[in-house]
Design a protein around this ligand. Structure first.
Ligand SMILES: [Zn+2]
Length: 70
């Protein structure tokens, strides 16, 4: 399914944590996160996934965005 494979790193600029989720890059950028991903999918670590959830809390459509688990 997703591009996240074991060992994938978080795509947020300056973050080197292990990736936990992969999300649509547009949705991540739309939430104000600074991602360096050039693909359609962005990998987020647990912390940034939490940030993303926080940023999209008011947006039901974004909150229901598909994500891939490991
Ligand atoms: Zn991160």
């Amino acid at each position: 399914m997703g591009i996240v494979s074991k060992g994938a790193k978080c795509d947020v600029a300056g973050c080197n944590n292990d990736g936990a989720r992969s999300l649509n890059t547009k949705k991540v950028e739309g939430a104000g996160l600074n991602v360096s991903s050039s693909s359609k999918k962005t990998v987020l670590c647990k912390d940034h996934y939490k940030d993303w959830k926080k940023e999209t809390k008011d947006d039901r459509a974004l909150e229901r965005a598909r994500y891939d688990k490991f």
